[in-house]
Design a binder for this molecule. Structure first.
Ligand SMILES: Cc1cc2nc3c(=O)[nH]c(=O)nc-3n(C[C@H](O)[C@H](O)[C@H](O)COP(=O)(O)OP(=O)(O)OC[C@H]3O[C@@H](n4cnc5c(N)ncnc54)[C@H](O)[C@@H]3O)c2cc1C
Length: 368
């Protein structure tokens, strides 16, 4: 029997440490409870949301007028190989509430490669496909086989393949509104050896190659990759750390904008850009599109690290231009106001729209 609590503060359950309460709230600790809670909450046809590690949400100061299902179901298992599992690969299943970084640690310790560059990303395994988490040249889309998904429309547990999740850069069908909860995720990892000395995937990100003092394309021991990623992320406040005020954030607050190549040519020649396969906009397909650096645009719109609006406790991180941090006592409105100000400055200076990466909860306005 699921017991709902009333008026539960959400701020302590988010990495930005702000926002109001959930009107109703339940924590589930295994897949059976998760299904039971979902079916009972969905029967009411009232607002609800899933919450994992709270590392990609901005909860409004008024909180959430609905039921929060807080998913804390843990577990990592190696499965028997299935159809399509090539020799030398291993299928790993993680329950939705398992912390993502615990899964990376498990993979590295067991000589399984494919997610080592995703070390240190906060949050849960269940949320990892939602925005197709990625960092340092890897993203979950490359290793995800599929997810067990409880569909809120039908109440049925189904299997969604990676193709059905329709991944893009920091997005998926789930982020675009496919309603339901991820119960577990299956990854296909490469058996690189029997322990963490086994070599990982080729290094594909120059900052990581520099940190490891290797060339792009070189392969390095899994444990060394993990250690270097954690070190680089730590230097940017991108690993949760109680001793680092710059880690009180939701990670990168804006995605890198993707624009058409003709528009990109109008930007200053020193603006970093990378050719991408993503469509510039769904209704205006271009021959190719270009990913810009949101951090460069913000800095060159005159907003540097540590920037804050007068009287506000929300600021741009002192270590990473893309992260907005709660300096202590910030409100969600202050974070949203700072985000809008940054968007306005970048739009005025470069004509580029910066899209927020986190999910806004309970704002009931443009942010929602
Ligand atoms: C310091 C820091 C660094 C970060 N670095 C990165 C990075 O390098 N790369 C990157 O991609 N992201 C990064 N992030 C963002 C964040 O960690 C990821 O998006 C993460 O996957 C969010 O997981 P979560 O469990 O905290 O999700 P939550 O914040 O709890 O939820 C996010 C969204 O997912 C939904 N959701 C949660 N669980 C489920 C579920 N089981 N089923 C369906 N929907 C669900 C929620 O309803 C919400 O819409 C960073 C965040 C922080 C704070």
């Amino acid at each position: 029997m699921i017991e709902l609590q009333n008026a539960v503060p959400l701020a302590p359950l988010t990495t930005l440490r702000l926002g109001g309460p959930a009107m109703r709230f339940v924590t589930v600790t295994d897949a059976r409870q998760l299904a039971e809670a979902c079916l009972s909450v969905w029967a009411d046809d009232a607002p609800w949301m899933a919450l994992g590690g709270g590392s990609n949400v901005v909860v409004s100061d008024d909180g959430f007028e609905g039921t929060v299902i807080h998913i804390d179901s843990r577990g990592i298992d190696q499965l028997e190989p299935g159809p399509g599992d090539a020799p030398g690969t291993v299928r790993v299943r993680a329950q939705a509430g398992e912390p993502w970084d615990a899964l990376v640690e498990y993979a590295v310790a067991n000589g399984l490669s494919g997610i080592e560059a995703l070390s240190g990303i906060p949050g849960s395994c269940g949320a990892s496909p939602v925005q197709n988490i990625g960092a340092y040249g890897q993203e979950i889309a490359s290793v995800l086989v599929g997810v067990e998904f409880l569909d809120s429309e039908t109440g049925e547990l189904q299997w969604l393949t990676a193709a059905e999740l329709d991944f893009g850069y920091r997005t998926s069908a789930l982020k675009r509104g496919r309603d339901g909860v991820v119960v577990s995720i299956d990854l296909r990892l490469v058996r690189a050896g029997t322990d963490q000395r086994a070599l990982g995937q080729p290094i594909e990100y120059s900052q990581l190659a520099d940190a490891l003092r290797v060339e792009l394309g070189d392969r390095v021991a899994l444990a060394a990759v993990r250690e270097a990623v954690l070190r680089v992320r730590g230097s940017k406040g991108m690993v949760l750390n109680d001793a680092d005020p710059d880690s009180v954030s939701a990670g990168s607050f804006f995605t890198n904008p993707i624009v058409g190549e003709s528009f990109a040519r109008t930007l200053p020649s020193d603006a970093p850009r990378w050719v991408t396969e993503e469509p510039a906009t769904p209704d205006a397909p271009e021959t190719y599109s270009v990913k810009l650096s949101a951090a460069w645009l913000i800095e060159h719109a005159g907003l540097g690290r540590g920037f804050s609006l007068p009287g506000s406790h929300a600021a741009i991180s002192g270590k990473h231009t893309l992260a907005l941090v709660n300096r202590g006592g910030a409100t969600a409105s202050q974070v949203a106001e700072l985000a809008r100000f940054i968007q306005w400055r970048v739009m005025s200076e470069f004509g580029v729209n910066l899209a927020p990466e986190p999910v806004f909860v309970g704002f009931g306005s443009d942010e929602d």
